[in-house]
Design a binder for this molecule. Sequence first.
Ligand code: SF4
Length: 240
Amino acid sequence: MNVRIAAKQLGWLKMEDFCPRCVWLMQRHPIPQGSVYDSPISRFFSQFESFVQQSVRQRMEQAGEIPSWLSTALKIAFPSMPPVRRTLNPPTWSLRVEEGILTGKADVLLELADGTWLIADYKLSQPSTRFAPLYETQLNAYALMAKRQQKLAVSHLALIYFEPDERMFSPTPNLTLPMRCTVQPVSIWDESEVEALAKEMVNLLSQSQPPSPKPGCQKCGADLTEWAQMLAVWFLVESQ
Ligand code: SF4
């Protein structure tokens, strides 16, 4: 059986309150479109991300540089980073890992003046310490796939957070939303660390039966399908 693992999903293994049963249930019981648990919030997030991606691309095409709200935030996070040379539409990467396929698509792929690459993801929230292990894993999974599939020399990984900023209510030519942008650097791991996590996830998701509940936590005992869908919605909203 070929198990598909999303890069973000891999990060569950690094969460402090990781439960293998939760992960197995969410994989086997995705939220059906149109169900009461099919939240419009995820569509809002993806529209926002597309809007920002377009804004960066347009600025690059028109002026040969990324918007100032992004270059300023990048400079603060990476003071010695070379300037951005071009933006690329990130492809959907994939990588075979034993009986599974790791897959994912970053929000940002920038080539720097020295020929190396920055990969980043947008987050519409305050910088999160709770989900930091998950996001770091997600970005390192992207980096591994970009290196293997496209032979890119990845030199920087980053989380780009957007938060509402009530002081910025006059629209700017580059980003017409009252948002504050902060960049958080993410360290690049050894490739073997990401591969080990991917193998662990393949083994977990290949099991034919759900793993046992966590000791002391039996709430998922009754209706597994409904419980898994509620968990998936909670996770989607919490981890954006
Ligand atoms: S309710 Fe079940 S699936 Fe959820 S954390 Fe507890 S044991 Fe894991």
